[in-house]
Ligand binder design. Structure first.
Ligand code: ADP
Ligand code: 5GP
Length: 194
């Protein structure tokens, strides 16, 4: 009888605009049958093109606080004035079914996950420079200038936390950055399954 496969929990962080979504998308394109993206709940407004239940579950602050009180989140944090949380049951059930899960979450949340699930694998995506980060964030065109400033202000202290992660990847050349994440994914999922 074949042993039940084990899913691995990956936590990916990095400052807003560094390219987390872009790199993770490549991982899903290649390994979509073996990994799932955990859809977080957030109190922030949807961006144009975002759909409820796809990028996030967009909920009110009141609903968010109710879920915190009910202990429904594996971790949760406030980032740039909005609340974000990872639904616990969904993530645990995927892992039990042998599906690896990617959490694209902020530094505070990543530390909570590492403390609760030390076997998880944490990866921090770094920009090649602060100027390039600013350029990407502005180029994406999804935030107002004021919100961009807020995210850039958060970026410096986030980057200071990079050494606390198991792996650090500089997203300079996209293909090279993806090749590193891909290598980590393959190594860790193979290791978990002997
Ligand atoms: P995040 O999910 O970390 O907020 P995104 O994946 O949305 O960041 O990327 C922010 C912007 O930077 C996007 O416009 C994306 O196309 C661009 N980008 C991502 N990776 C690179 C790269 N290696 N070189 C140049 N631009 C990139
Ligand atoms: P954005 O508003 O750009 O989608 O996300 C802002 C920040 O919140 C990013 O760093 C993103 O990774 C983080 N984030 C998204 N979902 C969660 C979550 O469930 N928990 C935590 N702690 N951070 C999250």
């Amino acid at each position: 009888m074949q042993a039940q496969k084990k899913g691995v929990l990956f936590v990916v962080s990095g400052p807003s605009g560094v390219g987390k979504g872009t790199i993770n998308k490549k991982l899903f394109e290649e390994f979509g049958d073996r990994i799932a993206y955990s859809v977080s709940a957030t109190t922030r407004e949807p961006r144009e093109g975002e759909e409820n239940g796809r990028e996030y579950f967009f909920i009110s602050r009141q609903e968010f606080e109710k879920r915190v009180a009910n202990n429904e989140f594996l971790e949760h944090a406030e980032y740039a004035g909005n609340c974000y949380g990872t639904p616990r049951d969904h993530v645990l059930s995927l892992l039990q079914r042998g599906i690896s899960v990617i959490l694209e979450i902020d530094v505070q949340g990543a530390l909570q996950v590492k403390a609760r699930m030390p076997e998880s694998v944490s990866v921090f995506i770094l920009p090649p420079s602060f100027e390039e980060l600013e350029h990407r964030l502005r180029g994406r065109g999804t935030e107002t200038p004021e919100k961009i400033e807020r995210r850039l202000a958060a970026a410096r202290s986030e980057i200071d936390m990079a050494p606390a992660y198991d792996y650090q990847i500089v997203n300079d050349d996209l293909d090279a950055a993806y090749a590193r994440l891909r290598g980590i994914f393959i190594e860790k999922t193979e290791m978990a399954n002997g």
